[in-house]
Design a protein around this ligand. Structure first.
Ligand code: ZN
Length: 237
């Protein structure tokens, strides 16, 4: 009986000592403590199919709301399933530093859709991100991104069905025919799409931006070094 609420309204959880979640507020994997459990009398009277429990993140004290399916109303306790749902999930992270302004904004909205579990809205935003990148990088850049998608497919050993969904989402256009063929995504495929999008943006923008920044710093160091030597030479009698 791993999780149940007894007739006194006390929550029993055999993994309570080790129950940890990634907190959406402080982003730490933290132990969580139940702070608000529904009243037993109300549960057995109304018999809801799901029970909401508020936990406290031990790292930052923020409240975390979890929704547990009820397994059964048995005797003097309410048994809960361990497959709970987190109502607020940690935000996905992406390095926005080297992304152009317009693409940066679209990516933030795409991640917000993903974090909210709106996977088809996420897919639509991914297409907008891809289209903005194609406009920014030109036809050559678009072809390069397609090659990178193929590389990701090999490296991540994606199956043909998943690859076709990713290709349609990212490289389809918004004509009437293509709109109707926009695939429907489940949580798993949306997760794969997110990782592929991150990788494509990293290859097209982040990697290039970091390299250019590093080269600029190297040239500046070399120039500073040259100026120092010239100054030292000028000081000699
Ligand atoms: Zn926290």
């Amino acid at each position: 009986m791993p999780i149940y609420i007894d007739s006194a309204g006390t929550l029993h959880h055999d993994q309570a000592q080790n129950f940890a979640l990634t907190c959406p507020h402080c982003d730490l994997l933290s132990h969580v403590t139940p702070v608000s459990v529904p009243q037993y009398v109300a549960l057995v009277t109304l018999k809801p199919s799901h029970v909401g429990i508020v936990y406290r993140c031990d790292a930052c004290n923020a409240p975390l709301f979890l929704k547990f399916p009820v397994k059964m109303y048995a005797g003097s306790r309410v048994e809960l399933s361990g497959s709970f749902q987190e109502l607020e999930r940690p935000r996905e992270k992406l390095d926005f530093t080297h992304l152009p302004d317009g693409i940066d904004r679209l990516c933030r909205e795409a991640l917000a859709c993903f974090s909210a579990g709106c996977y088809n809205a996420f897919a639509s935003m991914c297409r907008r991100v891809a289209q903005a990148a194609f406009t920014d990088l030109g036809e050559h850049g678009k072809l390069k991104m397609f090659d990178q998608l193929n590389d990701s497919r090999e490296m991540a050993e994606l199956d043909q069905e998943t690859f076709n969904i990713l290709r349609k989402v990212l490289f389809g256009n918004d004509s009437a025919a293509s709109r109707s063929s926009m695939p429907t995504l489940d949580a798993t495929t949306a997760g794969v799409l997110l990782e592929v999008l991150k990788d494509l943006l990293y290859q097209c923008y982040v990697r290039r931006g970091r390299l250019q920044q590093a080269m600029m710093m190297r040239r500046r160091y070399a120039l500073d070094d040259t100026l120092t030597k010239v100054t030292q030479l000028g000081k000699k009698p």
